[in-house]
Ligand binder design. Structure first.
Ligand SMILES: Nc1ncnc2c1ncn2[C@@H]1O[C@H](COP(=O)(O)OP(=O)(O)O)[C@@H](O)[C@H]1O
Ligand SMILES: C=C(OP(=O)(O)O)C(=O)O
Length: 532
């Protein structure tokens, strides 16, 4: 039985095993916001944007991520310690349970797509238990024209049932929540968690396999923007390192804030149609573009509101991973479509909790490959369950949880493309300075922005550089708008000996971590390793 109220086109989900559901298909964001509020699942904030609580899970839960081990993925996936294999039969049985659970319910379906370049387009059908999760899909994926709906055929299906909890001992999951990718059936099955990030990162993980394996395209966990003269910049970084914040630059057109492909035709394209920004301590002054993107249509997650609907962005009582999602057109200065030329500058963003790495340094090709494979950063609090303060971490390709192939596969493609494009590569520490986390402070956003602008405008080309004694990184001695002492991290520590000791400690961690990749690395890459 299909309830036709508020349905723009009737679709049946019986073919997917979802029986007797009342399916709301392709609702507008306004309708979804109203529905969410009517169901008591959210409220309207004074921005006019919806505010929801995602429930017990306010971030990703690393132990919930699986890849179905079948003949398509078996020999290609790098199982490492990141991708957890899942039994295909267990998948079928869990899928049936989830679809049975969704049967008889009022649910929400949406057709959308990923990849702004039509040559790589991936059609997605998203089925959600909750209206706000469906609105998230509206915000984050690319939107399909009404005229395309009649003949829409999905390439991938996302089934998202936050209220369904698995029984780990029977279902083969490790806990009640799960996010499972099935490459053979082309399904992302998500249950037991309302964290919307699982929806976008599920499709991202799928593309991180599909694009390099079938399309000779490098997928990247990065943001991208383009300057007035068409120069593209990309910013790699694990969650919370500043991809969204730093790519929202009023002087440059935004291509995208998180997921891009670098094609064989030497273009960069966004996978998504929206942004998902962290809003912890957000202020209009420091991050005006993101602040102004919070308007009707946007969805605030896990923030605290007062009785007037005003948001207190400093309140982290639910989580430090407070978020807002919005369609990309909520940002004023955007590139349309979300495609750019070969990048001129690449930034690796790292939030160094040790306070050791320089705030900006220029990398040789060997260092670029070494640091990309290493992916040193800190997991900032909140994005992953169980991480309550910055934890130093090596996340290969600055996105290990989403990368189904061996990191060197991505690194080889990147190295080749960087060389062909003659790109400048910069390592930017958006993390701690003056001491490790707990002693020092996070790098001032204002300074990071100045350093990035200087690099982009070529202002660092003419300045003097010095080499870091332990990491061998080339650090500018001066940068407009930034006090010179900030540029050499040792100068910011009161205790210089303590700095040297910490830097040595970090260098040892780098070498230990890299030992598993050494057999794949050539001489040039090994020359990019710390020098001491
Ligand atoms: N120096 C800095 N550079 C970038 N971001 C910073 C800096 N200092 C603090 N931040 C904060 O860190 C967070 C970065 O989050 P975001 O840009 O959403 O990361 P990502 O997109 O990489 O997940 C924001 O809350 C931002 O205000
Ligand atoms: C949404 C996530 O990441 P990012 O902050 O990079 O968007 C995530 O890791 O769940």
């Amino acid at each position: 039985m299909v309830d036709n109220t508020q349905i723009t086109k009737t679709i049946s989900l019986e073919d997917y095993g979802i029986k007797n559901a009342r399916v709301h298909y392709q609702l507008s964001p306004e309708e979804l916001q109203k529905k969410t509020i009517a169901l008591g699942q959210g409220v309207e904030s004074s921005f006019g944007a919806l505010a929801v609580n995602t429930g017990e899970f306010t971030g990703r839960s690393p132990k919930d991520r699986f890849i179905v081990k079948d003949e398509i993925t078996e020999d290609k996936v790098w199982w490492g310690d990141i991708n957890i294999p899942f039994d295909p039969e267990k998948f079928d049985s869990l899928y049936n349970k989830v679809t049975n659970y969704l049967g008889d319910k009022e649910i929400f379906a949406r057709d959308a797509y990923a990849c702004a370049d039509d040559n790589y387009r991936l059609n997605i059908r998203v089925i959600n238990e909750y209206p706000w999760s469906n609105q998230f899909a509206f915000n984050m994926f690319l939107r399909v024209n009404d005229s395309e709906l009649e003949s829409f055929q999905e390439d991938w299906l996302v089934v998202n049932a936050p209220g369904f909890k698995a029984n780990p001992s029977v279902d083969g999951t490790r806990q009640e929540n799960f996010a499972i990718l099935n490459f053979k059936k082309k399904i992302a099955l998500i249950g037991g968690t309302g964290y919307t990030g699982e929806i976008k990162k599920g499709i991202f993980s799928a593309l991180n396999f599909v694009l390099p394996v079938y399309n000779n395209t490098l997928p990247m966990h990065c943001s991208a923007n383009v300057g007035e003269d068409g120069d593209t910049a990309i910013f790699f970084g694990l969650s919370g390192t500043g991809k969204t914040t730093l790519s929202a630059d009023p002087e440059r057109k935004l291509i995208g804030d998180d997921e891009h492909g670098w094609t064989k035709e030497n273009t960069i394209f966004n996978f998504e149609g929206g942004c998902y920004a962290k809003v912890i301590n957000l202020s209009e002054e420091n991050e005006p573009d993101i602040y102004h993107a919070i308007k009707p249509g946007a969805i605030l997650e896990n923030v605290i509101l007062n009785d007037n609907g005003d948001v207190d962005f400093s309140d982290t009582s639910i989580t430090q991973n407070t978020r807002v999602s919005y369609p990309i057109y909520h940002i004023d200065n955007i590139q349309e479509p979300s495609i750019g030329e070969n990048p001129k500058n690449i930034f690796f963003l790292t939030a160094d909790a040790f306070g050791v790495l320089p705030p900006i340094s220029k990398l040789t090709p060997g260092q670029a490959a070494y640091h990309f494979i290493s992916g040193y950063t800190a997991k900032v609090a909140g994005t992953e369950a169980g991480v309550d303060e910055p934890v130093p971490s090596f996340s290969a390709c600055f996105g290990a949880p989403f990368m189904p192939l061996h990191p060197t596969k991505y690194a080889e493609m990147l190295s080749r493309k960087m060389k062909d494009a003659g790109v400048n590569v910069w390592l930017v520490n958006t993390g701690w300075t003056g001491g490790p986390y707990g002693v020092g402070n996070r790098m001032k956003l204002k300074y990071t922005r100045e350093m990035i602008s200087s690099a982009l405008e070529g202002k660092l080309d003419g300045v003097e550089f010095e080499n870091h004694q332990i990491f061998g990184l080339s650090m500018p001695k001066t940068c407009e708008g930034v006090p010179a002492e900030v540029l050499n991290p040792k100068n910011t520590w009161a205790d210089k000996e303590a700095y040297d000791k910490k830097a040595k400690e970090l260098s040892t961690f780098f070498k230990q971590n890299f030992s598993k990749f050494e057999e794949y690395a050539n001489e040039e890459i090994m020359e990019g390793a710390p020098v001491d």
